[in-house]
Write a protein that binds this ligand. Structure first.
Ligand SMILES: C[S@@+](CC[C@H](N)C(=O)[O-])C[C@H]1O[C@@H](n2cnc3c(N)ncnc32)[C@H](O)[C@@H]1O
Length: 188
């Protein structure tokens, strides 16, 4: 069996969670919304949202590959450390897997904007040990009963997001794919 990575499964859910995030920014239609899109791909989502949301969206994309949505080429973790991320109202982390490192970097830089993203745990997939460690499960503990600690991945991720200080997390669940929006505590 071959597993292919598809960029935009469940397109309507991905768009809905982003429309919700745009709404929560409470900007007028003429006030620009500055988006840093860390897994930009061909920029399909934000291309659509620019046309349909009725808002003025300034989109800056990062991708490791020279895809259509990418202004910056390379690993987003490098850029998240280097860019002035506070200049962005919303950061998009539409990952193929678990965007643990990206969330961690945003927390280290005390980013206070809205974060939307995708968390995918493949059927036999693990979870980052570091994330489990952050929420209180030590590596030896996890290694003893891996199956238990790798189960219900989204619940573990939600606990991690709460630990980072996001009290409001909205999510669409589509099998093993979870489309989330984290609202910082000080947001409306
Ligand atoms: C799910 S697709 C993104 C689709 C995109 N949101 C859209 O609207 O079309 C994921 C993209 O992330 C890129 N990618 C994967 N790992 C990355 C990384 N560490 N840094 C930057 N881009 C990455 C892949 O090349 C791929 O284009």
């Amino acid at each position: 069996m071959t597993l292919t990575k598809t960029d935009n499964d469940n397109l309507s859910k991905k768009l809905s969670i982003r429309l919700f995030a745009i709404d929560r920014l409470q900007k007028s239609e003429t006030e620009p919304i500055r988006v840093l899109d860390c897994f930009a791909g061909d920029g399909l989502l934000w291309h659509y949202l620019k046309k349909e949301s009725g808002h003025l969206i300034k989109h800056v994309g990062i991708d490791t590959l020279p895809k259509q949505g990418a202004l910056y080429l390379g690993d987003n973790r490098r850029y998240l450390h280097r860019l002035s991320i506070d200049n962005y109202d919303l950061i998009d982390i539409d990952a193929y897997g678990v965007p643990y490192c990206q969330m961690k970097i945003l927390a280290e830089h005390n980013y206070r904007g809205i974060v939307v993203g995708t968390f995918i745990q493949c059927v036999y997939g693990g979870l980052p040990y570091a994330m489990l460690e952050d929420i209180g499960y030590s590596r030896p503990m996890v290694q003893k009963i891996t199956k238990l600690f790798f189960s219900k991945g989204w619940n573990k991720c939600a606990a991690f997001l709460r630990l980072l200080g996001y009290e409001e997390v909205y999510v669409y669940h589509c099998a093993n794919k979870h489309y989330f929006c984290c609202i910082p505590t000080n947001n409306g």
